[in-house]
Design a protein around this ligand. Sequence first.
Ligand code: MN
Length: 324
Amino acid sequence: MNSEKVADRIKNRIRNGERFIVASHIEPDGDAVGSLLATVRFLANIGKTASGYLPSGIPRRYEFLANEDSFLQETPEEDFDVALILDCSSSDRLDASFVRFLKTRGVERIVIDHHNNEEPFGELSLVRNNVSSTGEILLSLFEQLSPSAITSDVASPLYAALLTDTGNFSFPNTSAETLESAARLVRYGAQPSHIFTKIYDELPVEYLKNIGVAFHNMEFFPEFGIMFVSLPRDEVVQFDPSFDFTEGVVDFTLKARGVKIGALFKQMDGSFTRVSMRSVESIDVGQFARSFGGGGHKNAAGMSLPLSLEESKSFLLRQLKKLL
Ligand SMILES: [Mn+2]
């Protein structure tokens, strides 16, 4: 079935269904949270009963999008006609108890996603992997269903979804269509400056201290375009455990001229090191990480090594030289 036909069927299921449960992947990012929130609100606006399932709660960074919304944190008792599963490329990325819930209740699964999806797992799956974000796919569905139901509190989380999945409209997935979608979201009431500030400019002070620690411990190998930064356990600034104090630190490596591969080494204990990697478009660190038991995407991946901090760095440098 081509994607136009699938989209038509999904619109019909939304028009005819009454009770919806909306879910996304574990460790939800901006696209997952934004898409979920927008879908629950849009469905309510067109007169449906809709519940969002978010077992880990809303990450602090996206709390501002949620206002008064409440989410299911456990699988519910009541029945649903349809489960809308957003931004999720495989059922392994869903919360395990939710997968059991869908199976035992026999709830129809509609998957809407933009990842390279080898085995779409929904009864209906709309997968557009050339689209920036699940939020962008949803915007066009909502416009076809009922533009007047796209209130500003639907537009704002969709805008957050586009913003975060495109790295503030800087990644190669940013197309003319993406920017046009963003412009329409602004017309529906999203406020770009406010959303940007809330997501990117409200970092804990301690987080910036850790960036300082990581980059104070920088090693740069210009002949290979490799940069290593490290967070030794005894130098890390501990703070609010609800904030991942290493999130995004490795992204800064690619900001330096001449860097093609950046890696952050986070010392867990004397014999165990967590490595996060980033690469420029032409280099696949995802495949590299998988060959050492890790995982991730082409340009963003990670792995754990049963080695000390120093051993991990020399091991990775040796292996990366073979890759280049
Ligand atoms: Mn996404």
